[in-house]
Design a protein around this ligand. Structure first.
Ligand SMILES: [Zn+2]
Length: 160
């Protein structure tokens, strides 16, 4: 379990650093701790800066368990977009509508250091894009075209 960073915090607005390969035991341990933290807070995705790490690592809950993506990138996006409500563990109580591409071509490294390139769809594509944004200091409220809930909390989180 790692302490969760809540906005406003400088690390949430930082473009964080790439992870050096080969993957160290510290990074493997961090991936496990991030997964535990994500489950504890009932999240479906978590990015390094949300646990105060200046590192390009994200974990996402999938049908098969949890996937870890190191140095994740988005190479291509589908033309088709979908509009969906998002929230964020670092901005509790705030929910808003974000339009994002339905599919993304993801490029990343696994915990065993293998490079992968694969298309992600639907919910996985959605969470992946949200988490990659975190690595670039971007929060979903920057992209939301409407805040559905928690408008009154935005000032407290330094988001207005
Ligand atoms: Zn988030």
């Amino acid at each position: 379990m790692l302490p969760l960073i809540i906005a406003p915090n400088k690390i949430l607005r930082t473009v964080v650093k790439s992870i050096q390969l080969p993957v160290t035991n510290d990074i493997k341990k961090l991936a496990v701790e991030m997964s535990e933290t994500m489950f504890y807070y009932h999240g479906i995705g978590l990015a390094g800066p949300q646990v105060n790490r200046d590192a390009r690592i994200i974990v996402i809950t999938t049908a098969d368990g949890v996937s870890t993506y190191l140095n994740p990138e988005i190479i291509k996006t589908s033309w088709r977009q979908v509009d969906m409500e998002e929230g964020c563990l670092s901005i509790p109580g705030v929910f808003g509508q974000v339009r994002r591409p339905r599919r993304v071509l993801a490029s990343f490294y696994t915990l065993t250091g293998e490079h992968r390139k694969e298309w992600l769809d639907n919910m996985l594509a959605r969470v992946y894009q949200h988490e990659v944004d975190h690595l670039n200091g971007i929060l979903f409220t920057d992209k939301a075209w409407r805040i559905n809930q928690g408008q009154d909390l935005l000032a407290k989180y330094g988001l207005v």
